[in-house]
Structure formats: structure tokens, C-alpha cells
Write a protein that binds this ligand. Structure first.
Ligand code: NAD
Length: 271
């Protein structure tokens, strides 16, 4: 898109696994909007090698970091600031992983060891990233941090399993750290609650096909795509949204505030 909303801004993008990833699309949009980037993902994801294609497209270095390893995070921020020759303006946290889902455990049969890892990787990782940036004073004033979340934090979607709890915690960290970072450095922290989207993480949810077409029918505008989400992230990183912080922002074509739609009524009447 021909605009320069992020001209002169520098950002770190977590979580681009392959070209379906929301983080991948966001990196492309940020680059098109004039930003300079550093890409990062877990070492195991980097071994797939896909991210190198993106790195070439957006002219960004890739610095590996397991988001639950504080040494990795410190090295990532040091490397990014060295690359940029200064502080950072924005961060995309686009990370999710559920061990209980992966191991096929029902919510009622949760393994608590797996659960702790899920909460750490999918939610407390935002705290870890923010704490690292906070201690290193790595973010510029009016910097913007966005984490991706899902409406299962507010309403029950049974097959979303323990990730619902992880997202509720993620949104809470967004508010709590957002407060402190706002007061100290005018840094803003928000979450974007995205429609179901066909990605590697998304497709891990049981019954995903039914789930995504239900959401499509229940959203006046239809489901928001990964590309739409990427563009929304650009606005959140830009100076146009400077006074928005500590919010959970629904980006779902209206799903979150819809009780029922004509399309769903017609579907029910057919049965
Ligand atoms: N796809 C959807 O339906 C949907 C809907 C709403 C919100 N989200 C959220 O969007 C975000 C991005 O997911 P996506 O759908 O693009 O899927 P994705 O699978 O492409 O991205 C998930 C990323 O998390 C990374 N990750 C996992 N463990 C990590 C670790 N220990 N350290 C660093 N990175 C790690 C993975 O390598 C991967 O790049 C997630 O937070 C997800 O919950 C997705």
C-alpha cells in the first residue's frame, strides 16, 4: 500500500514461521510502509529455513530467540539496537503454542506441567519481552507493542482448550505492563483480537474448518484475513494511534458484538 506511515521507524517482529503466518504478512506491510525490521523466531522454527525468504524480501536480519529464554531475549534486543543504531519503535508479539492441544489432551484432563509451558510461551512471554526492553531501556517514547489474541479469552470456545486461559493472561499482561510502560516512557501496549485465520497455529484447533466458516457467517463483514490484520498492526505501530494503550482491540469483522446473523438463521432453518 502506497503510504509511508512507518517511515523512520524500527521494529522487531516475533513469530513469522511461514508465509501464512500473521507475523509474516505484518513484516511485509511494515516494510512497505517504510519501517526497518529485525525478524525473530524460536531456533527450532528457524531451522525450517522459511524465514530467510522473508528476511531477503524485507532486508532484515534474523536473530533467533526462544521467547522463554531471558538470555536469548537480551541478545535479541542488543543485536536489534546494534543493527538499528538506536532504540526500537515497535514490537509485534505473534506467538502461540499449546502443549496440551498438541498432545491431544482434553481441557478437563489437562496436564499441569504442559499447561505451565503453554502459559509461559503464549502469555508470560509478553511480560518477558517487555521486561527485557524495560530493563535495557530499549524502546523509544511513544513506542508501540502489539500482541495477538483471540476472543476465547472472553467467551467459551470449547476446542480452544487451555489457549483460552493463556489468551486471558496475555490480555491481562497487556494492561498491567501497559500501565507501567505508559507512565515511565509513554510506550503503549495493546492486543489485537483477530478472527480465526488459516495458519499453522490456527489449524491446530480441533474442528477448525467448521469453526472458521461459523465465524465467517457470524461476522457482518466476514472474517478478517491475515493481510487485514497486518494492515491494522501497521496503524497501531504508527503515530496515528498514539493515545491508544492497554486495550484489547477486536479485529474480527464485527463477530464480537453480533448475537446472530441472517446467514446463521437460514442455516438453522435448513436443518
Ligand atoms: N490463526 C488464528 O486463527 C489466530 C486467531 C487469533 C489470534 N491468533 C494468534 O496470532 C499469533 C500468531 O499465530 P499464527 O496464527 O500466525 O500462527 P503461526 O503458527 O504462523 O505463528 C505462531 C508462532 O509462534 C512461534 N513460537 C512458538 N513457540 C515459540 C517460542 N518458544 N519462542 C519464540 N516463538 C515461538 C512459532 O514459531 C510461530 O512462528 C498467535 O498468538 C495466535 O494465537 C491466531
Amino acid at each position: 500500500m502506497a503510504h509511508e506511515l512507518l517511515k523512520g521507524k524500527k521494529g522487531i517482529i516475533f513469530g513469522a514461521l511461514d508465509e501464512k503466518s500473521i507475523a509474516w504478512k505484518t513484516a511485509l506491510e511494515c516494510h512497505a510502509a517504510g519501517a526497518q525490521l529485525v525478524l525473530t523466531n524460536a531456533p527450532v522454527a528457524l531451522r525450517m529455513g522459511e524465514i530467510n525468504k522473508l528476511a531477503e524480501q524485507v532486508g532484515a536480519p534474523v536473530i533467533g530467540a526462544d521467547v522463554v529464554n531471558m538470555d536469548d531475549l537480551k541478545k535479541l534486543f542488543e543485536g536489534a539496537m546494534e543493527h538499528f543504531g538506536g532504540k526500537i519503535d515497535f514490537i509485534l508479539h505473534s506467538i502461540g503454542m499449546s502443549l496440551n492441544v498438541r498432545k491431544g489432551r482434553h481441557y478437563t484432563e489437562m496436564d499441569y506441567g504442559f499447561n505451565q509451558k503453554t502459559l509461559d510461551i503464549s502469555a508470560m512471554s509478553l511480560h518477558r519481552v517487555l521486561k527485557t526492553a524495560w530493563e535495557m531501556d530499549a524502546l523509544n517514547e511513544w513506542g508501540s507493542v502489539v500482541a495477538l489474541t483471540y476472543i476465547a479469552a472472553q467467551r467459551v470456545f470449547p476446542d480452544y482448550n487451555e489457549m483460552a486461559d493463556a489468551k486471558a493472561l496475555l490480555e491481562s499482561v497487556t494492561r498491567s505492563f501497559g500501565y507501567h510502560y505508559g507512565v515511565r516512557n509513554k510506550v503503549r501496549v495493546n492486543s489485537i483480537s483477530q478472527s480465526p485465520t488459516r495458519t499453522t497455529a490456527g489449524s491446530g484447533v480441533k474442528g477448525f474448518d467448521g469453526f472458521i466458516s461459523y465465524a465467517e457467517k457470524m461476522s457482518p463483514l466476514g472474517n478478517a484475513s491475515a493481510d487485514d490484520c497486518a494492515r491494522y498492526c501497521v496503524t497501531m505501530f504508527s503515530d496515528l494511534t498514539r493515545m491508544v494503550t492497554m486495550q484489547n482491540l477486536f479485529h474480527d469483522g464485527g463477530f464480537s458484538f453480533t448475537g446472530v446473523t441472517q446467514a446463521v438463521i437460514e442455516q438453522m432453518e435448513k436443518q
